[in-house]
Design a protein around this ligand. Sequence first.
Ligand code: B4P
Length: 199
Amino acid sequence: MRLIFVGPPGAGKGTQATRLVEKLEIPHFSTGDMLRDEIRKRTRIGRIADPLISKGKFVSDELVLAMLESQLKQLECEAGFLLDGVPRTLNQAKVIDSMLARLNRPVDACLYLSVPDDVLHHRLQNRTSTTSQPRADDQKQWIPRRLEIYRTRTAPVVEHYQLQGRLVEVDGTGSPDEVFSRIQEALAHIHDARPCEEE
Ligand code: B4P
């Protein structure tokens, strides 16, 4: 199955993606994880991304797409995949749609995890207080900006996949187990309705 995960910061994309790729046995492409890895290794990309991410801003489309394209090229012929946290802008969505069309791997569904702002605030602040290596972008001062950037730049991605008839909205509130059950339930319907295309 070829899936995209979108949702506001702290919606639980990373949390649910980890479970889902294990269950479906598909590769997981998280641009957030890739960028944090580049930052840890102090690469050229990491040095550009660090000051942006740490203040809750997006990294440029060019950088994200170049990074992702090199990873997607390694996809095995028959493999499905999960794109986690990407596309995050309408431009990224259009370029990724074209990349996947070239690879004859269009997405089956875009899973949209919807979570109200007050719950997002709580989760992001809680991550800061419970992890040994708190993320700079989770600091309270950057959370309103991250939510605003999401509304202006990522919400159109949700609309884009809705117009394609590929959007599946899942309620992201409740415990991680409850959310995962809802996702599996939603995917069972998609699989019935949209069998994978012939390779
Ligand atoms: P990401 O790594 O994608 O992370 P996120 O949106 O902040 O969080 P996510 O939704 O994955 O939440 P999580 O499961 O961790 O992006 C980080 C940054 O990288 C972006 O802000 C941007 O700067 C940059 N970036 C990444 N991709 C980009 C792109 N394509 N273009 C440009 N820039 C890009 O959960 C959050 C917390 O909630 C955790 O502590 C978790 O344990 C908790 N939680 C999760 N589910 C829960 C539940 N059901 N109940 C209670 N707590 C829960």
